[in-house]
Ligand binder design. Sequence first.
Ligand code: NAG
Ligand code: NAG
Length: 170
Amino acid sequence: MFRSLLVSALALAFAGRVMALQIALGSPLGNITATQMLAVPAGPYVDACASMCNPVNSTIASCGDANDACVCTNDVAAQLVQCEQCMLNSLVALNMKQPDPRVGTNVGLTAFATACTASLGLTLSPAPMLAIAAGWDGPTDIVLNLGATVVVVGFGAVLGSSALFMLSSI
Ligand SMILES: *[C@@H]1O[C@H](CO)[C@@H](O)[C@H](O)[C@H]1NC(C)=O
Ligand SMILES: *[C@@H]1O[C@H](CO)[C@@H](O)[C@H](O)[C@H]1NC(C)=O
């Protein structure tokens, strides 16, 4: 008797749980859901990356926020990496400041993987992450501050850290 009550209580608890990924992006966005991940402000990086981003954007949209298992696949993660990598490359090519924490974001990709693990207990493989942007001239022309902002300032800038640090903070 007690056991069956416990089982139904647990079943109710799970049934009542809202299954939406909590992608922890930190301030100012806070936690976002999967469908908010690519809802980036319009800009030239969106236009430049349409072919890389549109397929994964519509996949995530059709999965919706209530179906984490649909979004948390290695395939979706790989496509998300391609989209974010394209936007990062595009920011660098345009010499443009990161307009939103979701544009060209390595932090966001890691938070996405963490959210999938938290929700489903799975580990995305390979772990989604960005590479150094093609055409990035090296530390002399990008300055990073601790606010996870990439500021491209042209030559003469001072950067006290490595490219790997750059990727860990955008
Ligand atoms: C944001 O997500 C993190 C990780 O999933 C969670 O621990 C935290 O409670 C969430 N914060 C809010 C305000 O929902
Ligand atoms: C994803 O789709 C939304 C809605 O159509 C759009 O506003 C956004 O720009 C798209 N994101 C990217 C990165 O293309």
